[in-house]
Design a protein around this ligand. Structure first.
Ligand SMILES: [Zn+2]
Ligand SMILES: [Zn+2]
Length: 395
């Protein structure tokens, strides 16, 4: 079959002779992929040396025992075409999206796992699979991902999509689940106000999820005009922090309905200045959530900025199956609007042209592109996608 295969840093290849995946454990399902999104994490991984997720030359993932070459792709939507003997809650013909986080429960599926004899980690025992000590990611080194014609995972990672939700929308469930998790664990209350810092893909997903949680007022602080306009199209009020002469935080607070700051703030950028803004623009007793993944350098932080106003500062990491179900429920109920979500899909490209027309195109158009979906195009997906977005090839 065809696939986009990671061999090592700066060595990504489109291949037509990737071995067909097979169900090897009775908990598994075989998925015929329709769409697989790519994101900034994929772009960084392709050039990272040493890699952030894949194991370095010769090393294998401790949980799965797998090592490159492996297909990339972790934002996967498709149709189940075969199920293992133990699978009861997913059936052939179901549309599914994939929770790509592999965690302790997966170790039994892999003959080469070095963890088979160990008991599940403390976090998994508490149901916190998103912060599993052994977590790795499908499509980022744990096992073959969804940038391929087909792919195999455990049924526990396949979340059934109601047929009323188109598969290209379902392919957005993984990036949306990152944001949904952050909003959910913040304890967000209906009718509250929120500030998003950063209008990239995660910032925009967070805006959509906040409306899914019935936020009353959402502001997005973002210096890039094109990203700010994207945020405004999703219903947020755009703010350009470089446009003010004085203190941008004071101006931001004025954009909250009370003028005293926001109930919830979300840092989707990961810079000292953006976290400081998130802290200072939160109202007294407000909640500050860091979604961004940071580099290793520490920053200046004065605990009294949080303490004297009894603000809550917390972090959010990945997602659990519950977040995928939550996102799909929001779509099914109309709390996240299909048409607004579809605006995320700025390009659709075939697997065959996926490296140049997908990875390289996204790298070179980071501001204007939001979500690039790659399709094996085995069911006319490119022709269909012409009706709502830009297709990166002649068909
Ligand atoms: Zn991603
Ligand atoms: Zn675990």
């Amino acid at each position: 079959m065809q696939g986009i295969v990671y061999y090592g840093p700066n060595d990504l290849r489109y291949e037509q002779n990737v071995p067909e995946p097979k169900i090897e454990h009775p908990d598994e399902v075989l998925v015929d992929v329709s769409y697989c999104g790519i994101c900034g994490t994929d772009l960084k991984e392709v050039v990272a040396d040493p890699p952030n997720f894949f194991k370095q030359a010769g090393g294998s993932d401790p949980l799965t025992g797998h090592k490159p070459p492996l297909c990339m792709g972790h934002e996967i939507a498709g149709t189940v075409i075969e199920v293992g003997g133990n699978v009861t809650d997913v059936k052939v013909g179901d549309h599914v999206v994939i929770d790509p986080s592999t965690h302790c429960a997966d170790k039994d599926r892999f003959f080469d796992s070095t963890l088979t004899a160990e008991e599940d980690c403390e976090e998994c025992q508490k149901g916190l699979t998103n912060i599993c000590k052994n977590m790795s990611l499908t499509g980022l080194g744990a096992q073959n991902g969804g940038l391929a014609d087909k792919f195999v995972t455990a049924a526990r990672h396949a979340v059934v999509v109601p047929k009323s939700i188109p598969l290209e929308i379902a392919a957005l469930a993984q990036p949306l689940a990152v944001s949904y998790h952050a909003v959910r664990i913040s304890g967000f209350k209906e009718g509250s106000t929120a500030l998003i810092i950063g209008g990239g893909a995660i910032g925009l997903s967070t805006i959509l999820c906040l409306f899914g949680f019935k936020a009353s007022h959402v502001v997005c602080s973002e210096p890039s005009k094109i990203r700010r306009e994207n945020a405004e199209k999703l219903g947020a009020i755009g703010f350009d922090p470089t446009s003010v002469k004085g203190d941008p935080v004071a101006e931001l607070r004025k954009l909250s309905p009370t003028g005293h700051g926001f109930d919830y703030t979300f840092d989707c950028s990961g810079l000292e200045v953006t976290l400081q803004t998130a802290i200072h623009a939160a109202a007294s007793n407000g909640t500050v959530v860091n979604i961004a993944i940071w580099g290793k350098n520490p920053i200046r932080f004065w605990p009294m900025d949080v303490t004297k106003h009894e603000k809550k500062l917390m972090g959010s990491m990945c997602y659990t199956r519950e977040d995928f179900e939550g996102v799909l429920d929001c779509f099914a109920r109309g709390d996240i609007d299909d048409e607004r979500a579809r605006r995320f899909i700025t390009t659709v490209v075939s697997l065959k042209n996926g490296i140049e027309g997908g990875f390289e195109y996204l790298r070179d158009h980071k501001d204007s592109e939001i979500k690039v979906l790659i399709t094996p195009n085995n069911h006319g997906e490119l022709e269909y996608s012409k009706s709502f977005t830009r297709i990166h090839e002649h068909i």
